[in-house]
Design a protein around this ligand. Sequence first.
Ligand code: ADP
Ligand code: MG
Ligand code: ZN
Length: 475
Amino acid sequence: MFEVVIGLEVHVQLNTKTKLFCSCPTSFNHKQNTNTCPTCLALPGALPVLNKEVVHKSIMLGTAIDATINKISIFDRKSYFYPDSPSAYQITQLYTPIVEHGKLEIDLEDGSEKTIRINRAHIEADAGKNIHEGDVSKVDLNRAGTPLLEIVSEPDLSNGDEVVAYLKKLHSIIRYLDIGDANMQEGSFRVDVNVSIRPIGDTKLYTRVEIKNINSFKFIQKAIELEVTRQTEAWEDGIYESEICQETRLFDQTKQETRSMRGKEEAADYRYFPEPDLLKCVVTDDMLEKYSKIPELPNAKRSRFVSEYDMSEYNAGVVSSSVEMAHFFETMMSEDGVSAKTALTWLTVELQGRFSGEINITNSPVNANKLGFLVKRIDDKTISGKAAKEVLDYLMQKDEDVDGVIDTLGLKQVSDTGAIEVMCDDIIAANPDKVEQYRGGKDKLFGFFVGQVMKASKGSANPQAVNETLKAKLG
Ligand code: ADP
Ligand code: MG
Ligand code: ZN
């Protein structure tokens, strides 16, 4: 029997305004090769200057993962030729990264937690993009020199579910810190998965295979599954030694296989050496003090929601899983007289249930203040839950004021006991025979009276008040 050993390398594009070593904008979607300058084009004589914002964001990430932040870190040159890298080297941090020895708590399906050690997070420059169109290949250098933080885990993960839990947690933290967009499809959160197997009980690490740039959680899980099967079968067939070698493999989603892309280079192949054009990266005490004050993170928020709002761990997890959800929920709760229980239902069931296509929490036609106010109107019994659904349907279409819509649709609930008493008296007077039967012991008729009053009020009477009034009057 085997166990699976996985370590992840995640490249996070930092959302700085300008590139890592020059003042070109990082915004993409611009015309090809326009966001470039002598530095990021690697023209002779142009020198790099480190962008401070990158250092600040690295300190924030380091703090969030409980890591050591090195006061001095060093840039290295990693030499390799590729058309999208005009300098023929990448500036990275091999020997002394800015962030080391961190950890991430991940949440497993069964509700337990597992700690994944993080070896390091280092700063490096992104390459440009090669674009292949038919027989022609082009190079776009707009992305060249964009800052990346490469976050490298220890091989502490044991299956695809843990990998997804780790990636989700890391993703959420980056969004909470607002240091990157972390969008997998757009390539601002790129994952390399290192996979090996070993006989259970063995502690040594066996040969790892690296699978590169898979752009969805589903495909990552699939790629792991395929790779584990390949390695296990090789072992069982007695060809592990010859078949499994340290290499970079590609996941082919159409063929549902991983296949060899290139042999894995060793550090020596890259001729690493300290970057002579840059000074050491220095983290001052002031910087450390300022940027280690980070916002509340998902786990802390979840615990606070549990105690402050008396929510279940599960529900608190749902509303703290993404920074957008958390902010939405907290904004709703900032309205006076909103109960967490009602807010939770109206956010996660009613509002989210009305999302479709491109509509989601980030561009919801009903904002958090408005939904909070609607919930307040349910909680203070101005309208019934049923009526609130109508109001929400309306608000999804038209941006209007909640109380105005309640008026327009005539949904105000009548809790005024005087008005309800009059309606009850009318119904009792109109049905003397039923009253007699009820008083004679036909209890089931009570529902009839409630129904009649509700009907007379066109559904606007507060059902609880109707019940109480009828009980008192019918005896
Ligand atoms: P490289 O840059 O050569 O890929 P790194 O040290 O940056 O090397 O990353 C190595 C990654 O592979 C780490 O995430 C590490 O945890 C993982 N890893 C190392 N050995 C194994 C192994 N035997 N099985 C699975 N993952 C491994
Ligand atoms: Mg690597
Ligand atoms: Zn530039």
